[in-house]
Design a protein around this ligand. Structure first.
Ligand code: TXA
Ligand code: MG
Length: 316
């Protein structure tokens, strides 16, 4: 019974469909993290107004170590708290198979090993990273019961694995280990005191006040080149990020996010395209207008950040 439902879940995930899964914290909206289109489908289903980075889930620390570099601190925390409600933000490996959309274009990736027997079984069978934000539509609270997920998403989710109510009920703690001083990005079920017992004092001392949304930290990806939005023409030394069937002529290099004007396809290509065009031999990246509808809102949000004046890193 369990075995056949998990086989079905793996089949659906490998086919690029969304499968909701239980964890000890909240239900996750799962997709094959190596499949760009499937990951873009998560953002579409959640109606997220911007591309926040997504947590990827693994059966064990060895699985995570294939995609990110675990330093000694990370190994210690993994040994102590995994499986469990702790997400570590670590540098991506160069050869990571995980979609850049999960990193929202950053060089880092959030990884965790959840403590739920059904999902651990799923992860072992899937044998690849599972992207999974909390399975709530954007702006709603995270779901702790399978029926919450079914009710919120209907047919957009191919399968909801029912693992009963989530015992913890608040999301995992998110800890950024990409810098020398570990930083608490989101308080959660593993407490600051538990982490400090292993690591010493964390950065961003936060005495109960709100933490800035991790998606808003300086970490957002900004290309080296200036980015010019809503371009209606291109200078000969500019690169063009095009959208739709008629790319502007004259650019030194062009990447089309979607020749057929498909926003899901555009979302899947966005971060890779920016990286491709970000060459010092060009003067700027000109970006054609993208419709502000559906996933277009998230694409435009990211592009606006990429185009924003570069100040010093924001601090939470
Ligand atoms: O308990 C949980 O963590 C649940 C279960 C399903 O695992 N997942 C969850 O995911 O709450 P989500 O996407 O709703 O929240 C993930 C948080 C976001 O605030 C995101 O910005 C942050 O983690 N995050 C993930 N990867 C990151 C990265 N590379 N850099 C900075 N923040 C990151
Ligand atoms: Mg969430």
């Amino acid at each position: 019974m369990r075995s056949s439902i998990l086989d079905e879940a793996v089949r659906l995930l490998l086919a690029g469909r969304l499968v909701a899964f239980p964890s000890e914290t909240v239900y996750g909206l799962g997709a094959d993290a190596t499949n760009d289109a499937a990951v873009a489908g998560i953002f579409a289903a959640k109606g997220r107004p911007r591309f926040n980075p997504l947590i990827t889930h693994y059966a064990d620390a060895e699985g995570a170590a294939r995609e990110v570099v675990l330093d000694r601190r990370a190994e210690e925390l993994a040994a102590r708290f995994w499986p469990g409600p702790l997400t570590l933000v670590l540098p991506r490996r160069r050869d990571s198979r995980v979609s850049l959309l999960c990193s929202a274009g950053l060089d880092s990736l959030g990884v965790r090993v959840p403590r739920h027997p059904l999902t651990l079984d799923l992860l072992r069978r899937l044998d690849r990273p599972l992207a999974g934000p909390s399975a709530n539509p954007s702006g709603r609270v995270s779901p702790t019961r399978a029926e919450d997920v079914r009710e919120a998403f209907g047919p957009a989710v191919a399968l909801v694995l029912d693992g009963g109510p989530c015992p913890v009920g608040v999301e995992s703690t998110v800890l950024d280990l990409t810098e020398e001083r570990p930083r608490l990005l989101r308080p959660g079920a593993v407490t600051r005191a538990e982490l400090e017992a292993v690591l010493g004092p964390l950065a961003g001392a936060n005495n109960g006040g709100p933490l800035k949304s991790p998606g808003l930290l300086k970490s957002h990806y900004a290309p080296g080149l200036p980015v010019r939005l809503n371009a209606e023409s291109v200078a000969p030394d500019e690169a063009l990020l095009a959208f739709g069937p008629t790319p502007l002529p004259g650019a030194v290099a062009t990447v089309n996010l979607s020749a057929r004007g498909d926003l899901l396809e555009a979302a899947t290509r966005l971060f890779a395209a920016l990286r491709t065009l970000d060459r010092p031999s060009y003067t700027a990246i000109a970006v054609m207008a993208i419709p502000q509808e559906g996933l277009g809102e998230a694409i435009n949000d990211r592009l606006a950040r990429a185009a924003a004046p570069r100040g010093p890193a924001e601090e939470p």
